[in-house]
Design a binder for this molecule. Structure first.
Ligand code: DGJ
Length: 731
């Protein structure tokens, strides 16, 4: 049993494959954290006790005031509440009768095999054999019933947490903060690792030492966003790529989120993640309940690399839709950078014909096939094929493309309406707005209010009309702006704070309907590149367009940052033209392909306009990817040299994928900037030291321990932008 309750000690112990999480029920029902870290035996479960040593200004609980050592202000709280003696950041604040004072005391619990899921939200999956769940029921005097859910996985170092708040009183109450999880650590001196970014520069890892006070990573854009990802990790002072401790916190949510860390005066570090309380409130009438999204906690004692591999395996096994788990994805050519809006049916068919000759699987027709959209200024929302460009519609195009042995994929941006669109003219009220204020515009478009059922029905019907009549086997679902001036005139004042979350729930409901109605259509997520790349979206979209920046040198750090939390099988990566359209940088076709082969591989150029030499090279790339993709998409990632690292080989980056049975590996090395006469050996990781690995291309044979200890000899120098990709097979 991964979860046990020691009745005599009133202690819960949650054991995963590599970690233990222990907490206890204290006097007066206080729920107090004891330990989270490397797996412990049961020997000392009650060793840790109340923290002493605070000063006389901290309040003593009215229920435990005979024990001067105990104060809510210094305890390790499992789910800290606002206004009852704990002055640090709180996970829970509920207003009842206009007063926000809240408490959270234990009432009862139950433990069972498997797991239960939050209502209407994407979630991780578990069968009875995978995990146990603890439901801990707590209560406030107002009648708020708070159930904390903990699911501990047997074969992953993972604990999934969430909360449900129910109103058991006769009067309404309003939730002002309800985080998914909060953990208090007594070890001091953590660094916080998080992923910041912006358009075309997503998910840049930043590590900073936590000082006293509060550090917050958040989004209030209506989407998880390019700017901060709903992921952060606490790193021990000695944490490196493969050593030291890392505690990951990832939120299965696609809207406004917040991850807050606080170091208190006594060296305790509190971290919590959940829906961003800024601008949020949720009214609960008598008898109603509210579910938070899930938070996925990973523990690693083998550094950031161990944490990433644990997340990768976990998302692959327990988050992605079953149908796409381990399923090879089509190798696509997307026409966006090849043609932008300048295409017609014949041009698309010529791209598909060339793609068939190259061995590709699918043509994805990007933006511009509908309405009168020949630029980004109009037609979003008018999801009717532009027959002047594509006579006979999408169905006819699919037939022509399919006849070449190529599948068809199609771009949509379902959550939007252009200012110049029939949809906006007919239903201006369907777009997010606040009466009496101007509507901010971005890329000439507005956001449709997905909190409204009629808007979701319209989107569902529009997509269904295409997907049920034409052979479209893939949808790229784009989202190119954030939410502003959000209110609804038809909702009462005390429900306006619900809108951002209602939008996200509406989006999830729509995606549930689409995936249920078209289960064989592969969905790729996109938000101006990777602007909503989060586990909530990955539940529906097994792959995500990583970034609009397709320059392979820029992609090194974007893909590296993405890999901190997300697996290669979700990371859509395309080879585009050189010079690159975003940066103007020229790079070899080999480097572009070697970099894109670190994820779900494809092309984003006009395949009908290639030279003979390029065609020959691309055919070989496609064959190589087909032969080796399982190593990348199902294997373990070892980040060997971080991008932009200055070493004696210049400024370089290197990574490696190894299959679970260690019988195959792929090593990739990119020289970002060269130096004269470098000497460079790169040590591999994760191999079997006693097996012989053959370089598939050169036939050279090495022992695993040689590759891991002496390293691979890359001396001799590489020019700027040159790459090396070696596939190894063990005897
Ligand atoms: C933004 C996406 O990230 C691009 O890949 C492309 O689909 C454009 N939108 C189309 O407008």
């Amino acid at each position: 049993m991964p979860i046990r309750y020691f009745d005599d000690k009133r202690i819960f112990k949650l054991d995963t494959s590599g970690s233990s999480y222990i907490f206890k029920i204290g006097r007066a029902g206080y729920v107090m954290g004891l330990y989270y870290g490397k797996r412990l035996t049961d020997h000392d479960v009650d060793y840790l006790t109340v923290r002493e040593g605070h000063d006389s200004t901290v309040p003593l609980s009215a229920d435990v005031d005979d024990d001067w050592r105990f104060s809510p202000d210094t305890m390790q709280a499992e789910y800290p509440a606002y206004g009852t003696g704990d002055f640090r950041i709180s996970a829970l604040r509920i207003k009842s009768g206009g007063v926000g004072v809240t408490d959270c005391r234990y009432i009862s619990h139950r433990i069972y095999e498997g797991k239960s899921d939050p209502c209407g939200m994407p979630h991780t999956r578990a069968g009875a054999d995978d995990a146990d769940t603890l439901e801990l029921v707590c209560r406030d005097v107002t009648g708020a019933v708070i159930t904390l859910y903990y699911t501990a996985y047997r074969r992953h170092p993972v604990i999934v947490r969430r909360a449900r708040i129910a109103n058991s009183s006769a009067l309404p109450m309003t939730i002002e903060r309800a985080y998914s999880a909060s953990v208090d650590f007594t070890h001091p001196e953590f660094s916080l690792l998080h992923l910041w970014g912006c358009w075309a520069r997503e998910r840049k890892p930043e590590r900073r030492r936590l000082g006293h006070g509060i550090t917050t990573i958040s989004s209030s854009r209506g989407a998880s966003s390019h700017y901060h990802n709903p992921f952060a990790a606490l790193l021990s002072p000695d944490c490196g790529e493969e050593t030291g401790e890392a505690y990951g916190f990832s939120l299965v949510y696609s809207g406004n989120f917040s991850i807050d860390a606080e170091v208190d005066a006594f060296g305790l570090t509190r971290i919590m993640c959940g829906i961003n309380p800024d601008g949020f409130s949720w009214k609960l009438d008598s008898g109603e309940s509210f579910d938070t999204p899930e938070a996925v906690l990973v523990y690693s004692d083998s550094g950031e690399g161990g944490m990433s591999r644990a997340y990768h395996r976990f998302w692959r096994d327990h988050l992605l839709a079953k149908k796409w788990q381990g399923e090879p994805r089509p190798i696509v050519v997307n026409n966006w950078e090849g043609t932008y809006f300048d295409f017609d049916a014949d041009r698309l068919v010529s791209i598909a014909k060339a793609a068939a000759d190259l061995g590709l699987d699918m043509l994805v027709v990007d933006d511009g096939w509908f309405g009168v959209r020949n630029s980004d200024r109009c037609s979003l929302g008018d999801w009717v094929c532009n027959e002047r460009k594509l006579p006979g519609g999408i169905g006819r195009l699919a037939e022509r493309v399919n006849a070449l042995g190529i599948k068809l994929g199609l771009w949509f941006e379902p959550e939007m309406a252009s200012r110049d669109s029939d949809l906006f003219r007919a239903h201006p009220d369907w777009c997010i707005r606040t009466n009496g204020r101007g509507m901010s515009i971005a890329r000439h478009q507005y956001v449709l209010d997905l909190s409204r059922a009629e808007v979701r029905d319209y989107i569902f019907d529009s997509l269904s009309a295409i997907l049920s009549t034409a052979n479209v086997e893939y949808v790229k679902w784009d989202f190119n702006r954030n939410l502003t001036e959000y209110s609804r005139a038809d909702l009462p004042d005390d429900r306006q704070g619900e809108l951002f979350h209602r939008y996200v729930l509406g989006l999830y409901e729509l995606l549930d309907r689409i995936t249920a109605s078209f289960p064989d259509v592969l969905l790729e997520g996109c938000a101006s590149g990777g602007g909503r790349y989060d586990p909530g979206m990955l539940y529906y979209f097994p792959q995500y367009w990583t970034s609009d920046d397709t320059d392979p040198i820029e992609r090194l750090s974007i893909q590296y940052g993405t890999s901190i939390c997300y697996p290669a099988c979700t990371m859509s990566c395309h080879v585009s033209a050189s010079p690159n359209h975003q940066t103007g940088r020229q790079t070899a076709l080999k480097t572009r392909a070697d970099t894109a082969m670190a994820g779900i591989f494809g092309y984003e150029l006009d395949t009908a306009r290639l030279t003979d030499a390029e065609r020959a090279e691309i055919k070989a790339q496609v064959e190589e990817y087909r032969a080796s993709r399982h190593i990348v998409t199902d294997g373990d990632l070892y980040r060997l040299i971080r991008p932009e690292t200055i070493t004696h080989g210049g400024v370089v980056c290197a990574w490696e994928y190894v299959t679970e049975d260690k019988s195959e590996a792929i090593f990739t090395y990119v020289c970002e900037r060269t130096v004269i006469a470098p000497v460079s050996f790169v040590r591999l990781r994760g191999l079997d030291p006693d097996r012989i690995y053959t370089d598939v291309q050169s036939g050279v044979r090495y022992r695993g321990d040689t590759l891991m200890n002496a390293g691979l000899n890359l001396s001799g120098g590489r020019r700027d932008g040159e790459s090396v990709r070696i596939r190894f097979i063990a005897d």
